[in-house]
Design a protein around this ligand. Structure first.
Ligand SMILES: [Zn+2]
Ligand SMILES: [Zn+2]
Length: 431
């Protein structure tokens, strides 16, 4: 492992309220020193003038499809996509095959991830097989290394199972990541319920499907042990935003994420019947989009995640039958920067906070910081770079990206994991 001295970077570390031009020295895989005018003779020097140096991003919601669906993605390619997007720590959802509901699968993921380009935190299933019938052995899964619990992909089938899961997770001091949806309302819907859906003869998913799901989890949280940590996934509706804001006002321990597509795009994107724009929850109306955007600014929504959900080109070829999901880790920072920072709505420091330190705090992990002694997980960003998303240049296996052919501003130029460079277009050109 070679030690690296980054010189003259604009160092932004929201965990320490730091924003200054200085040098960062990484030694033995850790942040060893941050300061000015320091020279370390035995370290490799990288001139970071004009670039932002920030903590590696923490993506609280991804699907790596491994084990079981490795034609879509695997742990190595998913982490290569993460590295290219500046994500150094990610949570992997349990809807794999087999489901991540046993200690063996948790161990398989952790073992394979040791040589991957990002830190992978397995999320374990709440119910066996995500079937909503029997609780998993949450004690054993936590002991094996699960970072959180979720049935993501589907809601936990009954309120009673979710109630019991919250009690167990509270005892283990781990968060519940809730996919909030009432299946009796979403039914077989494939896009937002709207005039366009009628025109396309596509079954609609009403906002109430998400809002009723959010209400249930908040009602359960109100009656759960006080240290229960509930995190709401992929918020897409103004109703859910209002419910979460109200719960926060009342002092409940709740956090929430959204994804770039929900504050950048609306249902109108589906007019051309391209299944790459289909995900669950779906792209919503303009008033929902505005509410999500505003909620990120005012802090009702805590974090930006991706819900990175790879599917093959073949699976996505039929608008009506394609599975839900979009990839996102390689574009999440640039897309968010373009929408939130370039527009003047948010500072780059505030955005980095919502993509690194805050998600790390939600998970209760030691990441998303450049504190001396922390793991040297960091990124270099060129704020002014303009680039057009070419799906054929993505590092993951799948191409179902809603930002295809979009021109975005800001680019991750280098990603460092445990002091090792895992992505480099600064000294090597486009990887
Ligand atoms: Zn979900
Ligand atoms: Zn998901």
């Amino acid at each position: 492992m070679s030690d690296i001295l980054f010189t003259n970077a604009r160092v932004i570390d929201p965990s320490q309220n730091m924003d200054c031009v200085c040098n960062v020295f990484c030694k033995n895989g850790k942040i060893a020193q941050i300061g000015k005018n320091t020279v370390f003779e035995n370290a490799r020097q990288i001139d970071a003038s004009g670039l932002i140096l920030a903590p590696g991003l923490v993506d609280i919601h991804t699907h790596l499809r491994d084990p079981g669906f490795t034609e879509k993605e695997d742990i190595y390619t998913g982490c290569a996509a993460a590295a290219a997007g500046g994500v150094t720590t990610l949570c992997a959802m349990p809807n794999t095959n087999p489901t991540c509901d046993t200690t063996e699968t948790v161990q398989y993921i952790l073992e394979k991830a040791k040589s991957a380009k990002a830190h992978v935190l397995p999320v374990a299933a709440i119910t066996m097989g995500l079937h909503g019938e029997t609780l998993s052995d949450m004690d054993a899964l936590a002991a094996a290394g699960a970072c959180a619990f979720s049935d993501d992909g589907v809601p936990v089938a009954t309120a009673n199972l979710m109630r019991r899961a919250m009690e167990k997770a509270a005892a283990l001091d781990l968060p519940i990541l809730a996919h909030t949806e009432d299946k009796s309302l979403s039914g077989k819907g494939i896009m937002n319920q709207c005039v366009l859906a009628e025109q396309l003869s596509a079954e609609g998913i009403p906002n109430s499907a998400e809002d009723v799901g959010t209400v249930r989890e908040i009602a359960l949280l109100m009656n759960a042990p006080v240290n229960t940590r509930l995190h709401i996934c992929h918020v897409s509706t103004k109703g859910s935003v209002a419910l979460i804001a109200d719960a926060k006002k009342r002092g409940l321990r709740i956090s929430a994420e959204t994804c770039p597509h929900y504050f950048m795009f609306t249902e109108e994107r589906l007019a051309a019947k391209d299944a790459d724009y289909r995900m669950n929850p779906p792209l919503r109306s303009e008033s929902d989009r505005r509410a999500i955007f505003q909620a990120l600014l005012d802090g009702t929504l805590d974090a930006v995640a991706t819900d990175h959900a790879p599917h093959t080109v073949n699976e996505k070829s039929d608008f009506y039958k394609a599975p839900n999901g979009v990839v996102g880790m390689e574009t999440s920072f640039a897309a968010s920067y373009t929408a939130l920072v370039k527009s003047g709505a948010m500072t780059v420091s505030a955005l980095l906070r919502r993509m690194s330190y805050v998600p790390a705090q939600i998970l209760g992990i030691d990441a998303g910081t450049l504190r001396v002694g922390a793991r040297a997980d960091l990124i270099l960003i060129d704020e002014n770079a303009l680039w057009t998303v070419d799906v054929n240049a993505l590092h993951g296996k799948s191409k179902n990206c809603v930002f295809k052919n979009c021109t975005l501003q800001s680019k991750v130029k280098m990603t460092v994991l445990n002091g090792e460079i895992v992505y480099d277009e600064l000294t090597k050109g486009n990887e």
